[in-house]
Design a protein around this ligand. Structure first.
Ligand SMILES: [Zn+2]
Ligand SMILES: [Zn+2]
Length: 112
């Protein structure tokens, strides 16, 4: 799926998705809404999904969001999301190369 369900709305602002992003728990949020939730708590820790309380370790922008990335506001939010994924994801395709700093990630993977 490349975007949120058409009849759905953001659970944070209860409005239309703006820069829709899908969390690893499969819920969709506006990119800036979920970044606000994250900044509401500690930025050193991943935030929890406001709907299912699962820890969000990956946010995937929908295709429509990526098409709008020449808009500076969209690019800024997408940049924050990329940083979030870098901090807490550790399993995006760009991070597959072996890295000694990834040992912690390997440990959490075996727990899954
Ligand atoms: Zn929203
Ligand atoms: Zn969720």
């Amino acid at each position: 799926m490349d975007g949120p369900p058409g009849n759905d709305c953001c659970a944070i602002c209860h409005g239309h998705f703006n820069i829709a992003c899908q969390a690893n728990c499969s819920h969709w949020f506006c990119g800036d809404c979920i970044m606000l939730v994250w900044h509401h708590g500690s930025v050193l820790q991943p935030c929890k999904c406001p709907l299912c309380r699962r820890q969000i370790t990956l946010l995937v922008p929908g295709e429509a969001s990526l098409r709008e990335r020449n808009d500076p506001n969209v690019a800024e939010v997408l940049g924050k999301i990329e940083r979030y994924n870098h901090l807490f994801g550790g399993n995006t395709s760009s991070l597959v190369q072996p890295d000694p700093h990834q040992k912690a990630t390997a440990k959490t993977r075996t727990e899954l």
